[in-house]
Design a protein around this ligand. Sequence first.
Ligand code: R5P
Length: 279
Amino acid sequence: MIVPGSVSQSLAAALAERLNEPLARVEQERFPDGELLVSVSEVPDRAILVASTVSSDAHIELLQLQDAVTGADEVITVIPYMGYARQDRAFESGEPVSARAVARAISTGTDRVLTVNPHETVVCEYFDVPAEPIDAASRLATPLPDDLQDPLFLAPDESARSLAETVRDTYGIGEIDHFEKTRLSGSEVDVAPGDVDVEGRDAVLVDDMIATGATMSEVVTQLTARDVDRVYGTCVHPLLTGTARTQLARAGVDAVFATDTVERPASTVSAAPAIAENL
Ligand code: R5P
């Protein structure tokens, strides 16, 4: 039985259909002091929890869902988007490894964890139960137009290059390049282009996530200045906080395509097939 988190409704429904599993009815209420309470209609033998941890509330909700199905023979926790994964080490003295802290908490209520394109796969080692990363990047080739001209698949930094390769391989044709990125603050980045000529070509940008949109907007701006033709922004996790989507539009992006690990208007493809294969 699929037990859906409140922010992963579409993905949980898609997964239930794909796996031919029933969906649990989950009710949620909030007490006057702000605390959450979830309840699950029944405790199945095998519970597959599907809940992105996009916020602190979503983390608490997941821990409550796990506790609510304590009587199940097997509990599998699918975290389509794992929040706090970017703090996968202490960057300054005195900082926590937040990814490790949340992984430990989540481990207490499950037999196994699956998480989609975590920022770095090292976070899977922070769980105290078997945890596997799932790669849903190939899904991002599906919504791209069929007639891309001399396409260039670009990553904003070297660490996202393998995602760009996956999307290119699935699309079938295209060159790969990556920018060099320096992060100046949480919402400002500096990107330096590679040597590949972009004039008159179609470009597909690929990243694991778009959060503030600073990274991808800066890349789009630079490509537009170098006379790129069409430019598409793609990512697995479309957090798209605040003004991210309009920043991208102002920079000149033609469309943004993403998966449903975070449910947004840009979530035009589902990560469900990639998750189902691993269940
Ligand atoms: C960072 O290394 C990630 O891969 C993304 O590039 C980054 O998190 C995107 O964040 P933003 O949209 O805020 O620039």
